[in-house]
Design a protein. Structure first.
Length: 495
């Protein structure tokens, strides 16, 4: 049975295996924190790989020149960045324009935040912090309690309290001023909460990327039919935000902060705070952090959405462009190559030559088919049926009734309305049934278009009659035209 002390020790061991605590526990943790915080800022969340190597190399040279040679690790800036990426502090990715960049992982963001809080002003047990906790507990209890009577009583009490305050302000015209010390405490509490947002957003983005890697790995190892794989993974790629716990939590938070109007209101409120006299007691960095809260939220939302788009694209491309069977064969081949290389390296000596593969092995085939199959069908095709060209005679009038538009008659119908601006739907409805066929509606529109027509912006409805008596109701954008000089073109008359 595990004792209490052993359980606590094992829990601490697991906690220190987290890359965030591992970063802070390293010997060169101050150097890592300082370099990462200098290279990556809120305005610069991603840095081109070559630029990051150059900036870190310059920073190392400056520290060596200042006399900190013994405190610096061995290796170039490229080596350090590679080590930090392997440790899970940096994430290397390729953008759409094929540019490789570094960005901080969620563990690194959390470590920088912990280091910043430890090196800055200590969080105080203030009225603002306790009120934040009490409000959160109250909201949790309200959401967890389904009793309608309790909810109604609480709302009624809140309404009475607010109404009492409103009456007092209307009566006196004054608002109770809050002490600057309390405002300062509330501002520090807001900054404390805001500093945790970048790490939260980064964790959501990394959980989506981890899900993407899991999906692609499972896809490459899947042995089910390709159609079933396509349906499952394409659907999962389209709903990638709901596939992780962090993603579902972010989706819920997005319903609260994703409204652009809400972010605009937040910026306005922060501007009101920064104009107050108590902000002069804040450090310049704290005032800058207050002003950038809304922008940091927007950057975090964009980071998560970018990870979601990339995950959907990668999963969709993997499903569409890769054959699971072929991918498994390639994986097995590479695994065999690595196994053979490891076996060879165990007994190989330094400088030992390797015999190159001069030709590929020849497949051993026992027997090849030597005669082709019989290409002739097993039986003759059935004879074609006799075609009866005879049928009922159709008169010219019947054939014409099912033919194209009656342009001449339609032009006369339109000209009969005089020199006025007429609605084409009214003109069509005024004609006889012989001129109200569906094809005559097209002919009338063609004539009106030839002589010039104006769109009314409204929807027009007409009832057309086919030669067999069936009726159809059509809708089209209403137009008007001049009835005068309506005449079919030569091409229309020839038709």
């Amino acid at each position: 049975m595990i004792t209490r002390a052993e359980a606590a020790y094992l829990g601490a061991v697991r906690a220190f295996q987290n890359p965030m605590l591992d970063l802070l526990h390293k010997r060169h943790a101050p150097l890592v924190v300082s370099l990462l915080s200098a290279v990556f800022t809120a305005e610069r969340p991603t840095v081109v790989v070559a630029d990051a190597h150059t900036e870190i190399a310059d920073a190392l040279d400056q520290l060596r020149a200042a006399g900190y040679e013994d405190s610096l690790p061995v290796g170039t800036a490229r080596d350090l960045c590679r080590q930090w990426a392997d440790a899970g502090w940096l994430v290397r990715q390729v953008l759409d324009d094929d540019v490789e960049v570094y960005r901080l992982s969620a563990h690194a963001v959390g470590a920088l935040e912990v280091a910043g809080r430890a090196g800055g002003a200590r969080a105080r047990v203030s009225q603002s912090r306790l009120r934040t906790m009490l409000d959160a507990v109250e909201r949790l209890a309200q959401d967890a309690d389904p009793d309608a009577l309790v909810r109604m009583a609480r709302l009624d009490g809140e309404i009475k309290r607010l109404q009492k305050e409103l009456d007092r302000i209307q009566r006196t015209g004054k608002v109770d001023e809050v002490d600057d010390e309390q405002l300062l405490e509330e501002a520090e509490n807001v900054l404390h909460l805001a500093r945790e947002l970048p790490a939260d957003f980064a964790r959501v983005a990394e959980s989506i990327k981890a899900m993407q890697r899991d999906v692609v790995t499972a896809l490459r190892q899947d042995e089910r039919p390709t159609g079933e794989v396509l349906r499952e993974y394409l659907e999962r790629g389209e709903h990638v935000m709901e596939s992780t716990t962090e993603g579902r939590a972010f989706a819920g938070a997005l319903r609260l902060i994703g409204d652009p109007q809400r972010l605009d209101e937040l910026s306005t409120q922060l501007g009101t705070v920064l104009r107050h006299r108590f902000t002069r007691r804040l450090a310049a960095q704290q005032r800058t952090e207050l002003a950038e809260i809304a922008r940091r939220i927007e950057q975090g939302i964009d980071l998560v959405f970018t990870a979601q788009r990339e995950a959907s694209y990668v999963i969709t491309a993997q499903v569409r462009n890769h054959d699971p069977l072929r991918d498994r064969q390639v994986d097995e081949l590479l695994r065999d190559v690595m196994t053979g290389l490891q076996q060879w390296m165990a007994d190989a000596r330094r400088g030992q030559s390797v015999d190159p593969l001069r030709r590929l092995p020849v497949a051993e085939v026992d027997h090849l088919r030597q005669t082709p199959g019989d290409l002739r069908p097993p039986q003759q095709p059935a004879p074609l049926p006799e075609w009866d060209d005879g049928g009922a005679d159709v008169s010219h009038d019947e054939a014409r009734a099912w033919g194209g538009p009656h342009y001449a008659e339609l032009a006369e119908l339109l000209a009969g309305f005089g020199d006025a601006e007429v609605d084409l739907a009214e003109v069509f409805a005024a004609g006889p049934e012989a001129l109200r066929r569906p094809v005559d509606l097209l002919g009338l529109l063609e004539i009106a278009d030839h002589q010039g027509m104006t769109e009314t912006g409204e929807l027009a409805f007409v009832d057309a009659v086919r030669p067999d008596g069936t009726r159809r109701r059509f809708a089209f954008g209403g137009v008007t035209t001049r009835a005068a000089a309506a005449a079919p073109t030569k091409e229309q008359t020839d038709e």
